[in-house]
Design a protein around this ligand. Structure first.
Ligand code: HEM
Length: 395
């Protein structure tokens, strides 16, 4: 029988939900032709994410192996392989535990609201609200500007960092080509050189930004090069994901005539943001590797088996969510998996939600009519859902 798992079909990238529905109802632990196990039920997805025998890091292993087979290219991919190995999201306990604790201690949400408000005001001044591209005008720059200020970096550097981030986000693609890795290697070298230079400046003259706090709190716990790699990881992990939330969130609110909600009511806006995240998650897929033979329901996942967890499919599982294909902004409880689950659960969920909710509140304060001017162009990426462009008019 033909496999329903066709992540590269353009129509599935644009709308993966019918494919997920088919898999979930006929073969919820699906063995793909490419060898990995594809998980689409909520309970199975959550079980994999909560079980530390399912390791992270297989992407790094794959990259190392692929590079080793092409020794001529191996040298040139050394920087990205090393950087990915250091990323929090690709580390397993106990190393993961130490690094995560350090980053969580250094994070602070003080003054973040004000930073976001100021950034939104600045961006709105630059656009003509009656006809603008939400992606390049607000969704992409807002998270980069906000992260640059949280880190304590020169404000004007955000555009450079944003452009590097976009090259790196391909690391989340399900399958990578050498050309993509080449681009990522170059971006990684630039990112690392940038943060190394900034670290020298912050060591000489510390401030209250995240980079200074990380360097001060580290105190030898984690080697400096790992810390630098994770500054770079934090920057990219908050970029395209948050942009996706802004783009998809506004798209669904407008197309489903729900832009009239009162976004100043924090209870409602919190519930609505979670529902938008459940309904259409910016990050659709995370991957794991079985450290030993593991039974998932009635299926044996053999040691070394790769597992693709479809967060977007789990979020539409009718056994967990009533009327899962309906956007119900006051849905509660709403234990969606868009931020993952278990030890790797997203560290920046609060920040992404704040950026989205403050943006929505400001848009509602200033405008009353929101129209889509032309059909948005999807980015062709199965792991990350976002738009290439999305033209809006706000009056
Ligand atoms: C709507 C926006 C976001 C979504 C949908 C999202 C989603 C996720 C998901 C699904 C994971 C788990 C990955 C896994 O289990 O393999 C994750 C991890 C992570 N996210 Fe986010 N994220 C978002 C925004 C952010 C932001 C703004 C930041 C920080 C600036 C951030 C930082 C992180 C970090 C550091 C991890 C790794 C945690 C760990 O491995 O312990 N994320 N995110």
């Amino acid at each position: 029988m033909e496999s329903p798992w066709k992540p590269f079909l353009r129509e599935n990238m644009r709308n993966p939900y019918p494919m997920y529905q088919q898999l979930r109802s006929t073969d919820p632990v699906h063995h793909a032709r490419t060898g990995e196990w594809v998980i689409t039920r909520y309970e199975d997805a959550r079980a994999v994410l909560k079980d530390n025998r399912f390791l992270v890091g297989n992407r790094v292993e794959w990259l190392s192996k692929a590079s080793a087979q092409h020794m001529d290219k191996w040298e040139s991919f050394a920087v990205i392989v090393e950087a990915l190995k250091s990323f929090l999201v690709f580390k397993n306990p106990p190393d993961h535990t130490v690094l995560r604790k350090l980053i969580m201690q250094a994070w602070s949400d003080k003054a973040v609201d004000q930073i976001i408000q100021e950034n939104i005001s600045e961006l709105l001044l630059r656009i003509d609200a009656s006809d603008f591209d939400l992606v390049s005008g607000i969704a992409n720059p807002l998270p980069a500007m906000t992260m640059a200020r949280i880190f304590g970096l020169p404000a004007e550097d955000y555009q450079y960092l944003e452009s590097l981030s976009h090259k790196m986000i391909q690391s989340l693609d399900l399958y990578l080509t050498f050309r993509q890795i080449e681009k990522m290697e170059k971006a990684t070298r630039e990112f690392i050189a940038y943060f190394e230079k900034q670290a020298v400046i912050k060591k000489a003259k510390p401030d209250n930004g995240l980079l200074s706090r990380l360097l001060q709190m580290n105190d030898g716990l984690v080697p400096d090069h790992e810390l630098i790699a994770n500054c770079f990881f934090l920057f990219i992990s908050g970029e395209e994901t948050t942009a996706g939330l802004i783009e998809l969130g506004l798209y669904h609110l407008i197309t489903q005539n729900k832009m009239n909600s009162n976004w100043k009511d924090s209870t409602l806006s919190g519930l609505a943001t979670d529902e938008l995240l459940r309904y259409d998650s910016p990050l659709q897929i995370v991957v794991r590797m079985a450290a030993e033979d593991i039974m998932l329901g009635n299926t044996l996942i053999e040691k070394g088996g790769a597992v693709t967890v479809c967060l977007g499919a789990a979020n539409r599982d009718p056994e967990k969510f009533q009327h899962p294909d309906q956007l119900q902004l006051d849905r509660s409880p709403n234990h969606h998996l868009s931020f993952g689950s278990g030890v790797h659960r997203c560290l920046g969920d609060w920040l992404a939600k704040k950026e989205f909710e403050i943006l929505l509140a400001v848009l509602h304060e200033r405008f009353h009519h929101f129209n889509i001017l032309s059909a948005p162009q999807w980015k062709e990426n199965m792991s990350m859902r976002s738009f290439q462009s999305f033209h809006l008019s706000c009056r």
